[in-house]
Design a protein around this ligand. Structure first.
Ligand code: TXA
Ligand code: MG
Length: 327
């Protein structure tokens, strides 16, 4: 049986909030990707999130709140965190901070770490739910662990068939890539995951960001999302392709597209990175078909949002199995 997809009419927002109060899970749209949402103060709801996604318990969840005051109740904000929050929230930025003394979020949600990842999403439906619910909401991307994040309500329904009470439909996600995750738990600010806010936008405000090595044990504990293979379609990807080989599907970018592709999707015919990001996961899903041996992806510029797009593509293309399944 499939999970009902419902419109975000006021009555349905109220219904979703009642479900959350009852300890159940819902899926809601954010500006980045759809989230699998549960009451972050409820032990059973948090356990259900891990169970429904098949997510390893050592991979902490992002906690979503409606406003900055609610965020300040949960974590210790320093000057850098205040500056980032006031500039980019609501928006596609997650800040990892030391957990606050009165933090009501259950420890399991943060995988028992002394830190907490916080974000205020910039989407009217998510903000309506968070505002009415008035408690912190744990919401990882609404996909089974190891698969690509959903950018439409139908993507959620296609892959999560139980454990979710309803899916609120807010249309396709505007950004299409997950939030940028910044670690501010010590003096060195770390870019834990490139995403919807670019590295340079953040560095302009708080100075240079350190980059963790992608697969070391220490970093894997800090942010398991850094481990190499994630966001994967089932077909292999061939990156930086300038031609199409027999049996391949082509995922193009820009105007000069090689001829002879079996099927073609173009991330952005005009070569615009924001458009490419918004299309990335949906087009990879479209091309992930049995009749293709692999998906050839044309080069994407390694600048601005291109850093996050290439990060997702490299993880999807990584040939080794995950050390720890993520997402
Ligand atoms: O855009 C997004 O961030 C979406 C929407 C739904 O908000 N959510 C999302 O959540 O992508 P998820 O669970 O798929 O990714 C959470 C990332 C993981 O890489 C996780 O390791 C990291 O955030 N994370 C969460 N808590 C952390 C913590 N305390 N310390 C370090 N990393 C943390
Ligand atoms: Mg995820």
């Amino acid at each position: 049986m499939s999970v009902p997809i419902i419109s975000p009419a006021a009555g349905n927002i109220a219904r979703a909030v009642r479900l959350l109060l009852d300890g159940q899970l819902i899926a809601f749209p954010t500006e980045t990707v759809y989230g699998l949402a549960g009451d972050a103060t409820n032990q059973e709801a948090v356990s259900a999130i891990f169970g429904t996604k098949g997510r390893p318990p050592n991979n902490p969840l992002i906690i979503h709140v409606a406003d900055l005051n609610a965020a300040r109740q949960l974590a210790v904000f320093d000057a850098r965190a205040e500056l980032l929050a006031q500039t980019f929230w609501p928006g596609p930025l997650t800040i990892v901070l030391p957990r606050g003394p009165g933090c009501a979020v259950v420890s399991r949600a943060s995988a028992g770490l002394p830190t907490i990842a916080l974000r205020i999403p910039d989407h009217p439906v998510a903000l309506a739910v968070l505002g009415e619910f008035d408690r912190p909401v744990a919401a990882p991307s609404a996909n089974p662990s190891g698969q690509m994040s959903p950018t439409t309500a139908q993507h959620v329904a296609d892959h999560l068939t139980h454990g979710v009470a309803v899916i609120l439909d807010g249309g396709p996600c505007r950004i299409g890539l997950e939030s940028t995750v910044i670690g501010l738990t010590d003096a060195r600010a770390v870019l834990l995951r490139p995403g919807g806010i670019t590295r340079s936008e953040i560095e302009t405000l708080i100075g240079p960001l350190a980059m963790p090595a992608t697969t070391s044990d220490t970093d894997a504990k800090l942010a398991p999302g850094l481990l190499s293979r994630h966001y994967a379609p089932s077909r292999p990807l061939r990156l930086n392709a300038i031609d199409v080989q027999a049996g391949e599907a082509l995922l193009a970018f820009g105007q000069s597209v090689p001829v002879g592709a079996a099927i073609l999707r173009n991330l952005s015919p005009s070569g615009t990175l924001t458009e490419a990001a918004a299309n990335l996961f949906a087009m990879l899903r479209d091309l992930d078909q049995d009749r293709f041996t692999s998906i050839a992806v044309m080069p994407i510029p390694e600048s601005g949002l291109g850093l996050a797009i290439n990060d997702r593509l490299r993880r999807a293309a990584a040939s080794e199995p995950p050390l720890v399944a993520d997402q």
